[in-house]
Design a protein around this ligand. Structure first.
Ligand code: GDP
Length: 395
């Protein structure tokens, strides 16, 4: 009897233990699922793409606080550097210094290294190479080194600090060409700036930044989406107009760009706008189409507004010499009055400013120093050169 009792009790205990174990394991599985909800993973994924924000993050940016207050929303970080770093609080020189770290790390540092070992023939040759490597252009690099070397000899310069001082002066002198000011209408009519450039160079972003700045200083601005080739271009400009709180004139994709430009001008005139900015073709099937279209837009506008105050070509600093080649197609189509050079923050080859001015014979008037709404600045050769050689122990 006691043996049977023992077996029955043992069996019951075994079943109970197995039951407990099964329950525990399955609870464990449920809690694993809860700890890693798929939603959370999905929301985190876009964050890794923040470094290369394209149009979509900007699309989400203004709406994010209202529509999804709880979402981690990576986009606002892209569009709100103005809040973190108000422009009024830092000088132009500081803005250049902060954003030109890549060119400084490449060009400024290599000059310090080269001459830190003595003012030798090898160092001068190295300087030529460093300038060419920074996209200054071969001719300009040779001319700059020749002049700095001549002055160093004349002035008996024998240490790196003196060379850097002479180089800074020569670079600044080379950069100081043309009239960099942005022309304004003097007859009380709206100022008209036509903006053109290859897609992806930062044309829309630059127009948006200009609009925001002009608005912030109390100017009435009207934008026209006359790049009707791509629907996305119109949408993007619309977003920037919303962000900058300025008026936009747009039509459906494929509409005649000249008619959009005309309507925009009429709207600017009717509303007594100070500044009217026209976003024009970024890409067409071929060069003659580009010329036809730009020429037509300009003719139609000139008929109403007289000579346009500015025709600005947007170039991407990161494309270097290719950008210069692209630029020539636009120069054949319209009389460009100045360059907006974007993405200077994104290149170690900031010397391209010199090549552009020299090879195209046009002044760089504005430079893009980042993706934020405040990251556009007047090009200042002194601030630029100082930024390249800032923080060098020798300078
Ligand atoms: P568009 O096609 O010429 O109108 O070019 P977008 O204005 O859409 O700009 C293309 C990309 O370049 C976007 O991701 C912009 O945020 C970025 N971009 C524009 N200007 C600058 C700049 O000055 N610096 C940096 N780092 N990115 C820029």
């Amino acid at each position: 009897m006691s043996e049977i009792e023992f077996l029955v009790i043992g069996g019951v205990a075994l079943i109970a233990v197995i039951g407990l174990l099964v329950g525990f394991v399955s609870r464990g599985r449920r809690s694993e699922t809860l700890e890693a909800p798929p939603v959370e993973l999905e929301e985190r994924t876009p964050e890794s793409g923040m470094a290369v924000p394209e149009a979509p993050p900007r699309t989400a940016a203004p709406a994010a606080p209202a529509e999804a207050p709880d979402a981690p929303a990576p986009a606002p970080e892209v569009v709100e550097p103005a809040v973190v770093e108000p422009v009024e609080e830092i000088t132009l020189a500081e803005r250049f210094r902060k954003r030109l770290t890549r060119t400084r790390n490449r060009l400024g540092s290599s000059v310090a290294d080269l001459f830190g070992r003595g003012v030798t023939d090898e160092a001068w040759e190295g300087l030529e190479e460093a300038l060419i490597g920074a996209d200054v252009g071969v001719e300009a690099s040779l001319a700059i080194v020749e002049e700095v070397r001549r002055r160093a000899k004349d002035e008996g310069v024998t240490e790196v600090g003196g060379v850097v001082r002479l180089l800074k002066e020569e670079l600044e002198r080379t950069l100081a060409v043309g009239d960099r000011s942005l022309a304004r209408a003097s007859d009380g009519e709206p100022t008209v700036w036509l903006v053109t450039g290859v897609n992806g160079t930062g044309k829309t972003t630059s127009i948006g930044k200009i609009a925001a700045h002009e608005k912030s200083i109390g100017h009435q601005v009207v934008l026209a989406a006359a790049d009707t080739f791509r629907a996305a271009a119109i949408d993007q400009l619309k977003l920037w107009a919303e962000r900058s709180d300025v008026r936009l004139v747009a039509k459906e994709p494929g509409a005649d760009p000249a008619s959009v430009a005309y309507d925009g001008y009429m709207a600017a005139k009717a509303t007594d706008a100070d500044l009217y900015i026209v976003d024009t073709a970024g890409r067409l099937h071929n060069k003659s189409e580009l010329m036809d279209e730009l020429g037509k837009v300009k003719r139609v506008l000139s008929k109403q507004a007289g000579e346009l105050e500015e025709t600005l070509l947007v170039l991407d600093a990161t494309t270097g010499q290719n950008g210069i080649a692209q630029a020539r197609a636009f120069l054949d189509a319209v009389d460009v009055t100045g360059i907006i050079l974007t993405k200077l923050d994104g290149t170690a080859k900031g010397g391209v400013v010199i090549a552009i001015q020299r090879e195209l014979g046009l002044p760089v008037k504005l430079v893009g120093l980042g993706e934020g709404i405040d990251d556009l600045a007047e090009f200042d050769p002194h601030a630029f050169v100082e930024a390249i050689f800032a923080d060098l122990a020798v300078a």
